[in-house]
Design a protein around this ligand. Structure first.
Ligand code: NAD
Length: 501
């Protein structure tokens, strides 16, 4: 499909010329300019937050199941535009088309989840210690939900937040990554179509602010942003969190990962090779949940490394729009430089590096294509403890499970983890309180590719936030505890006597 036709279908009115003011969006596939969009000024951002605050005041009075109807329509619009939006994700972000489509499917899934949730924003009934009293817990809409998102999931992360925030009665202001503004404008335009069909939704219920870090800082500082969901690097989280905390605001932090899998001696090698490949080289290593460390039992180490080496050799690297491609380009030259620097460091530390070289893809010479790297490391050095956002898999050896778990947890991040084993004891140990310290811990599947039904997020330097399924919705609402006295007496809690004569 021609880019112009795609833009028309997605309702994107952007200047295709790179010259002039504004943010230029280039496709990592071949460096082509996709379009240029105006950045929001400070005054425009302030006005957007003000309008979102007003929209919230009306939206919070709409019954939650009715709010769910808007999200149901949004899901319908996404289904109708899945191909087009998935293709735009591939064009602007560079992930393979299957994954671009998968990202839109994830948006559809969270809409379905949120529609059901709109009838299940349950509070509890709590036994009161006082006679003829009743205690309940009520959940109310919170306010404006700010969203800051990263380039690597240019639409799904916003949808996780927006679908929940909307059924919870909040309005949304989104600052997407400066590397993927078109995806954001297209996704919000799809929501706008649903709002038009819904009829009673104010336009300012969901807005996009195109721009860079300064706009993110503005959201962090603004007291009207009741909850700020920020996805990106740990560096970004360290800057955002104190700003929000200073004004005693609420933040949901979804930051960097350094995910590992422990491979025990009883593991099924065929299954592992497939799982490792998707988790380590999929999305060109640019997922927060990408597998970055493989901790392998010494008894199968050589066999597994041999199998992986062979499988890495078969991976098709190329234009992500072409069927059969498994690995597309890195987002930009800086990502390639960071990968190169990490590999040089690994070599200097005694690492044995396979792959990691630049590739030329005919017709896409300006894209940044690279062979995923498999790196055998003598130990878990400081380099291995860092997240390098590229397809590098460090392989380490272990003898006892305790030692493997210690290595596994000895990094600053705590997002996703796996164990591959056929031994129930080892699997349960890994999932127990003395096992993996991550927010996501899996058995016999890789650490990436989470479903929306579970709460998503991680501990330590990953920020501690949870989004998406389970009871993550509670972060987008405020809780009120209500005590109702239906007697003619006034007994006090804790049996306190307060006689006024
Ligand atoms: P990044 O930190 O460079 O940027 C992310 C977003 O934060 C962008 O919108 C950017 O403009 C904004 N930003 C940057 N500095 C800011 C500041 N000081 N104040 C406010 N906003 C600021 O990250 P990236 O390169 O786009 O994405 C890759 C990173 O994101 C990786 O570390 C990856 O692990 C992480 N990530 C985490 C999750 C998760 O759910 N845990 C999901 C996706 C990506």
């Amino acid at each position: 499909m021609e880019v112009d036709t795609l833009f028309i279908q997605l309702g994107l009115a952007v200047d295709r010329d790179a010259a002039g003011a504004g943010l230029v969006s280039r496709s990592p596939i071949d460096g082509t300019v996709l379009g240029r969009v105006a950045e929001a000024t400070t005054a425009e951002a302030q006005a957007a937050i003000e309008a979102a605050q007003r929209a919230f005041l009306g939206w919070r009075t709409v019954p939650a199941p009715k709010r769910g109807e808007l999200v149901r329509l949004f899901g319908e619009e996404l289904r109708a535009n899945k191909d087009a939006l998935g293709r735009l994700v591939t064009l602007e972000n560079g992930k393979i088309l299957q994954e671009g489509l998968g990202e839109v499917q994830e948006m559809i899934d969270i809409c379905d989840f949120a529609v059901g949730l709109s009838r299940q924003l349950y509070g509890r009934t709590i036994a009161s210690e006082r006679p003829a009293h009743r205690m309940t817990e009520t959940w109310h809409p919170l306010g404006v939900c700010g969203v800051i998102s990263a380039f690597n999931f240019p639409v799904a992360v916003w949808a996780w937040n927006a679908a929940l925030a909307l059924v919870c009665g909040d309005s949304v202001v989104w600052k997407p990554s400066e590397k993927t503004p078109l995806c954001a404008l297209a996704a919000n335009a799809i929501l706008a179509r649903a709002m038009k069909r819904f009829g009673a939704a104010p336009g300012a219920l969901s807005q996009v602010l195109v721009g860079g870090r300064a706009l993110g800082e503005l959201l962090a500082e603004d007291r009207r942003i009741a909850v700020l969901s920020a996805t990106g690097s740990t560096r970004m989280g360290r800057e955002v969190a104190p700003r929000v905390a200073r004004r005693l605001g609420r933040s949901i932090l979804e930051l960097g990962g350094n995910n590992a899998a422990v491979v025990a001696s009883s593991a099924d090698l065929d299954l592992i090779v497939r799982a490792v490949l998707f988790a380590a080289v999929g999305t060109a290593g640019q997922r927060c949940t990408t597998l970055r460390r493989l901790i392998v039992h010494e008894s199968i180490y050589d066999r597994l490394v041999g199998r992986l080496d062979e499988a890495y050799g078969r991976v098709k690297i190329g234009n992500p729009l072409e069927a059969g491609t498994l690995v597309g380009p890195l987002i930009d030259e800086r990502a390639f430089e960071a990968m190169g620097a990490a590999l040089s460091e690994a070599r200097a530390q005694g690492g044995k590096v396979r792959g990691g070289v630049r590739m030329t893809v005919p017709g896409s010479e300006r894209g940044c294509y690279v062979k995923p790297a498999l790196v055998e490391m003598p130990s878990q050095t400081e380099l291995v403890c860092r997240e390098t956002f590229a397809p590098i898999l460090y392989v380490l050896r272990y003898r006892e499970l305790d030692e493997a778990i210690k290595l596994h947890n000895a990094v600053p991040q705590g997002l996703a983890s796996s164990i591959f084993t056929s031994d129930l004891r080892e699997a349960e140990m890994f999932l127990s309180s003395v096992g993996s310290d991550c927010g996501i811990a899996n058995v016999n599947i890789g650490p990436s590719g989470a479903e929306i039904g579970g709460a998503f997020g991680g501990e330590k330097d990953t920020g501690g936030g949870r989004e998406s399924g389970s009871d993550a919705w509670k972060a987008y609402m405020r809780r009120a505890t209500n005590t109702i006295n239906y007697s003619r007496e006034l007994p006090l809690a804790q049996g306190i006597k307060f006689d006024v004569g």
